[in-house]
Unconditional design. Structure first.
Length: 103
């Protein structure tokens, strides 16, 4: 992933969370224009700030770079919910998902 893709991925994930670049910047302890500078390609985060960004987005660094995952935060929530189901319920959910994929 290159700078342009990094910036686009950050913007997409931030928008999915429904937060402004300014609010996100302040929430991770940076100046108000920090996230905007990254999204516009003017800057790249340090490794430590990247970890803060991932923590804020409730995703792991690897999920940030997994561009096939459209909404990693929602996927994490779903996986956590699935852990509370029994085997039969999981089979039913699996069948529904497979049916949705085929359509």
């Amino acid at each position: 992933m290159y700078e342009k893709e990094f910036s686009q991925r950050l913007a997409k994930l931030r928008l999915q969370k429904g937060v402004s670049a300014r609010d996100m910047s302040l929430s991770i302890g940076q100046n108000p224009g920090y996230i905007n500078n990254i999204e516009s390609g003017k800057a790249m985060p340090s490794m430590m700030c990247f970890f803060y960004i991932c923590e804020y987005l409730n995703i792991s660094p690897s999920e940030f770079f997994d561009i096939k995952s459209e909404n990693p935060e929602r996927l994490n929530t779903l996986v956590e919910d699935l852990k509370h189901l029994d085997s039969k319920q999981l089979e039913n959910i699996s069948a529904i998902v497979k049916d949705l994929i085929r359509k």
